[in-house]
Design a protein around this ligand. Sequence first.
Ligand code: NI
Length: 248
Amino acid sequence: MLLHNCTWAEAEQRMAKSPGIIIPIGSTEQHGPNGLIGTDAICADALAEAAGEKMDVLVAPGIPVGMAQHHMAFKGSMTVRASTLIQLIGDWVGSLAQHGLTHFYFINAHGGNIATIKSAFDEVYATAKLKGGNAGQIQCRSVNWWTGDRTTKLRQSLYGKKEGAHATPSEVSLTQFLRPDVIKNVAMAGDAGKVQSYKDADDFREKFPDGRMGSDPSIATPEDGKNILDACVEDIAEDYEKFLAGAA
Ligand code: NI
């Protein structure tokens, strides 16, 4: 159930029933020749909503812009600074913790957010400890949607090496399923070069001129997207239950 679709009385009732909430976290950045700039925000929101429906868990509004400094040499990309994202995550958790929630489960859709999310959780725990009281009960977990067992197997079987590391056929398939009205048919070379490290936005653009990192998203399909979404939701549901039970 989306928090946005609850009245305050419904939110009160649900928060009394369960101490957990799902929070999507995405990014707004270039995703290669046929990927939408909103890919990561769209995927995070949709997976959170679907998992929330399946488990009857509250889903908070997502964070749509993440740490995407390295994509800024491509038009349309947006970024927040790491320090800003740390504060946003702290305020998302802090405001919901005021209502008594203790378990915060982030569904992350962007690799560039991982390090900052980890730092944000450290900050949340440090702040909670300093406050004392029952604030120490707060637990945060972040999962990257593409890493669950079922999802990983499916991605490998569908795309193998063509999955690459950015603007992947998996994420493009997901968005094609979720937004069939804006599927982009764009010609591109089959080989997007090798996955390698980069320094900053200019270096990224030079090494990955069309925005892909070793991937071939031309093979994405909405049908694959539906199967990937289903696998992801299964993975997430299993992991969330463990998290809530204190086992993950
Ligand atoms: Ni992405």
